[in-house]
Write a protein that binds this ligand. Structure first.
Ligand SMILES: O=C(CO)[C@H](O)[C@H](O)COP(=O)(O)O
Length: 152
C-alpha cells in the first residue's frame, strides 16, 4: 500500500507488486485501480502459479512471472519458470503476462510460446551492438506467437 499514492502522484500508469510482499493483494489492487493505474502482480521463481488465486488473477491487469530472482540485471534465465507462464496463460487468456529476467534472443522463443506478451529485457538490449534489432526481434517473436495462439 505504501507507495501507491506516490507513484500515482508522479504520473505512474502501472503499479506492479510482488504477491509475496502482501497479505491482502485484492485490497492493494483495488487501491491501485482507484488511483487509475493498471495493477500488476509479480511472482518470484520459487512461487508457484497457483499462488495467484482466480480472484487475484482476474482482478489484476498483468501477471509477471519473474524468470530470475529479483535484485539485479544480468542474471541467467531460469527455465523452470516457463511452465508457469503457460499455466497462467491457460487460466487468464486475456491478461497481459510479463516475463522479466535473463530474457533476450536466446530465451524469447520459449517465453513467447508459453504465452507471454510483455517482455522486460535489460542486458540483452543495452549490451547489444544493435539494440533496435534486438527489440524488433523480441517484438516479432511475441507477435508471431500471439497471432498463432489467437487467429484473427
Ligand atoms: O530488476 C530486474 C531483476 O530484479 C531486471 O529488470 C531484470 O533482471 C532485467 O534485466 P536483465 O534483462 O539484464 O536480466
Amino acid at each position: 500500500m505504501m507507495w501507491v499514492d506516490d507513484i500515482a502522484d508522479a504520473g505512474g500508469a502501472m503499479y506492479c507488486f510482488h504477491l509475496e510482499a502482501t497479505d491482502d493483494p485484492i485490497s492493494l489492487i483495488e487501491k491501485i485501480h482507484k488511483r487509475n493505474m493498471r495493477a500488476g502482480v509479480a511472482i518470484s521463481p520459487d512461487t508457484p502459479s497457483t499462488a495467484i488465486s482466480d480472484e487475484v488473477g482476474n482482478a489484476a491487469d498483468m501477471l509477471l512471472v519473474m524468470t530470475v530472482y529479483p535484485g539485479r540485471g544480468g542474471q541467467k534465465f531460469i527455465d523452470k519458470c516457463v511452465p508457469k507462464v503457460a499455466e497462467l496463460r491457460a487460466r487468464f487468456p486475456e491478461k497481459d503476462i510479463e516475463v522479466d529476467g535473463g530474457v533476450g534472443p536466446k530465451t524469447i522463443d520459449v517465453c513467447a510460446e508459453a504465452g507471454s506478451n510483455v517482455i522486460v529485457a535489460g542486458t540483452a538490449i543495452f549490451g547489444a551492438d544493435e539494440p533496435g534489432a534486438v527489440i524488433q526481434q523480441l517484438k516479432d517473436t511475441v507477435n508471431t506467437a500471439q497471432a498463432r495462439a489467437k487467429p484473427q
